[in-house]
Design a protein around this ligand. Structure first.
Ligand code: AHG
Ligand code: MN
Ligand code: MN
Length: 334
């Protein structure tokens, strides 16, 4: 079979949008470039001085790792240089980064991202990732504004993630299905390996941090019990799989079928994961793959967004599993 690179695929897909001027294509290409540079560093992380913490605490109150900063800088640099993006929002930056370069005059998009997802796994050679959201700007000209980012997930133009795993993959959607590309390091190109991904409608994997069990809502506790019960007809008990890198847990469940849950806990009463650059992009992808994403009650993509770093509980994965846990959430509302 002829290999199709990400660049070739993007150009071919552009024909589906006859009035497109290629800006979104170039933006996706810029993200691909930054991903390759991060891949290069992640791959030699044990050899160079890039493991460990910087000593800083980020806006989320979490210890910043050197690779968080490296990945953040690479994505910011690639998006600034590309000229298609008028503002950036990142997990690692409290405020948006307006872009006001000569090349970004007329830029129509804003990009929000989690540069390195799964930070706690960086130092131990476990998969980490990058997650990104792309919106069309609302402001008319000049550098982008905060309002450009405060759009619900239903307005997403494109979203995706990169997983730096046993191989590095880039998965994205522009609302016409999900396609996955695997980096072939020998030619330095992402090559189409997973065209038009559909997630299984049901699965047998549940993923959540059971260490927080005592602090989960009753509906989640009851659902976990349900997952652990014996029932041949529904393939139970399910397997429990939790890496602690959201991207990696999501990726496995997307391909194999399963559910990932990060509910509210007493410690994180609004949930832990961020709507703009973690939950919305993954929700857009799972819906495009035939799955579901909710906060336990409502669709993630419909949630109004009022703050850059807003958090939400997340229930995401195979549609039948998400519907099942939502039944428990309705039955046990506390
Ligand atoms: P980040 O590394 O970007 O801060 O995200 C960590 C997230 C996500 O990757 C993962 O699903 C979750 O936090 C793990 O949280 P716990 O350690 O609380 O289980
Ligand atoms: Mn994250
Ligand atoms: Mn992160």
């Amino acid at each position: 079979m002829q290999t199709q690179t990400l660049g070739q695929f993007i150009i071919e897909k552009q024909k589906d949008f006859p009035y497109s001027k290629g800006e979104l294509s170039r933006l996706l290409r810029d993200i691909g470039i930054a991903a390759k540079i991060v891949h290069r560093e992640v791959n030699k992380a044990g050899l160079v001085e890039i493991l460990g913490e910087t000593g800083d605490i980020n806006v989320q109150g979490e210890a910043v790792k050197k690779l968080d900063v490296f990945a953040n800088n690479q994505f910011i640099a690639a998006l600034k240089a590309g000229g298609e993006c008028c503002a950036i929002a990142s997990e690692e930056n409290e405020d948006i980064i307006p872009i006001d370069t000569v090349s970004s005059k007329g830029a129509r998009y804003v990009v929000a991202f989690d540069p390195l997802d799964g930070s706690s796994n960086i130092d131990v050679n476990v998969s980490v990732g990058t997650i990104f959201s792309i919106y069309r700007r609302l402001s008319l000209s000049g550098p982008g504004t905060l309002e450009d980012f405060l759009q619900p997930g239903t307005e997403l133009v494109a979203a995706g993630y990169v997983i730096y795993g046993s191989s590095t993959m880039l998965m994205y959607t522009t609302g016409k299905g999900v396609n996955g590309f695997t980096l072939d390091p020998s030619i330095g190109e992402f090559c189409l390996s997973h065209p038009n991904i559909k997630t299984p409608s049901d699965g047998a994997i549940y993923s959540l941090n059971e260490g927080n069990h005592l602090h989960f809502p009753e509906g989640v506790k009851k659902y976990i019990k349900y997952c652990q019960e014996e029932d041949k007809a529904t393939n139970r008990p399910y397997s429990s799989r939790y890496i602690g890198s959201g991207v990696a847990d999501f990726h496995r469940n997307l391909l194999k079928g399963g559910i990932f849950i990060y509910p509210t806990t007493t410690k994180s009463p609004k949930g832990k994961l961020r709507l703009l650059y973690e939950c919305n992009p993954l929700a857009f992808i799972i819906e495009q793959a035939g799955g579901k994403a909710t906060d336990g009650r409502k669709r993630i993509l419909d949630i109004p967004i009022t703050e850059l770093h807003q958090r939400t509980p997340l229930f995401i994965g195979s549609p039948e599993m998400v519907e099942k846990v939502m039944e428990f959430m309705v039955k046990y509302p506390v």
